[in-house]
Design a protein around this ligand. Structure first.
Ligand code: NAD
Length: 255
């Protein structure tokens, strides 16, 4: 018996086989879930489609999460095809490269809004369109980072967006608990991915984890996948509004 047998849900945020969203999708599939996927644009569709098909998905849709219309259309397709869903994986973030590179005080109004929109507001929008499909309850998981709760060098506007994301998790959890819809975040340590390549001095952040984190190593997509599996399955049926750290450096020891 798989932990996710009989459960259906959608994964936002696969760009390639290094994506955290793909690490989560593989765990969900291995435990019996039926999955739908979205991709940002045609260039990424070429990478996402074969991955999605390899885990038996046949709902694979375009979605720019900056568009309510596109998010709405994705959930409309899920309603037509499945009637209901059990979970949503939100593993999407974006900030302009210059807003990650420049000193934080130089962040443009536009860049601040964009990072907030794609990286934080999109969770609220997805949840709004997902609620009517979670007729038997559900679980929503998003991806955060330590920069939400402390000023991590080079993380800048993305840290502010992650703080808004984590706060959104708590407000959504408080609102939706009585519908048995749970909302949680996984806050993972640094992992080499496409998105991570936009964060300055990323290699240094990996080295710091290897030298000082409790396990003296970085974490893997698979480990984030397993933590997400816990939050998306009934194993965590009493857990909501939580930020779940996967060796995010929270317990880092200064040497
Ligand atoms: P990734 O580049 O593989 O994934 C980011 C995804 O966001 C991509 O699939 C990209 O297509 C998507 N995206 C960007 N703008 C979008 C838009 N407008 N509409 C739809 N999709 C859009 O990188 P990742 O590291 O797997 O990132 C996934 C999540 O994990 C992000 O929220 C990231 O902040 C978070 N995270 C990453 C790390 C890390 O070190 N890699 C650590 C903690 C948290």
């Amino acid at each position: 018996m798989g932990l996710m047998d009989g459960k259906r849900g959608i994964v936002f945020g696969v760009a390639n086989d290094k994506s955290i969203a793909w690490g989560v999708a593989k765990q969900l599939h291995a435990h019996g879930a039926e999955l739908a996927f979205t991709y940002l644009n045609e260039a990424l569709e070429k990478r996402v489609r074969p991955l999605a098909e390899s885990v038996g998905a046949n709902i694979i849709l375009p979605c720019d999460v900056g568009s309510d219309q596109e998010i709405c259309s994705v959930f409309e397709t899920l309603r037509e095809q499945w009637g209901k869903i059990d979970f949503i994986v939100h593993a999407v973030a974006f900030a302009n490269r210059e807003d990650l590179k420049n000193p934080f005080s130089q962040t443009s109004r536009e860049g601040f809004g964009l990072a907030m929109d794609i990286s934080a507001y999109s969770l609220v929008a997805m949840t709004r369109y997902g609620i009517p499909l979670m007729t038997e309850g559900g679980s929503i998981v998003t991806m955060s980072y330590l920069g939400a709760m402390m000023a991590v060098p080079d993380y800048n506007v993305m840290g502010v967006a992650k703080a808004a994301l984590e706060s959104s998790v708590r407000y959504l959890a408080a609102e939706l608990g009585q519908k048995n819809i749970r909302v949680n975040a996984v806050s993972a340590g640094p992992i080499k991915t496409l998105a991570a390549s936009g964060v300055g001095n990323f290699k240094e952040k990996l080295h710091i984890m290897e030298e000082r984190s409790p396990m003296r190593r970085t974490v893997t997509q698979e480990e984030v996948g397993k933590a997400s599996l816990y939050l998306l399955s009934d194993l965590s049926s009493g857990v909501t509004g939580e930020i779940h750290y996967v060796d995010a450096g929270f317990n880092i020891s200064a040497e």
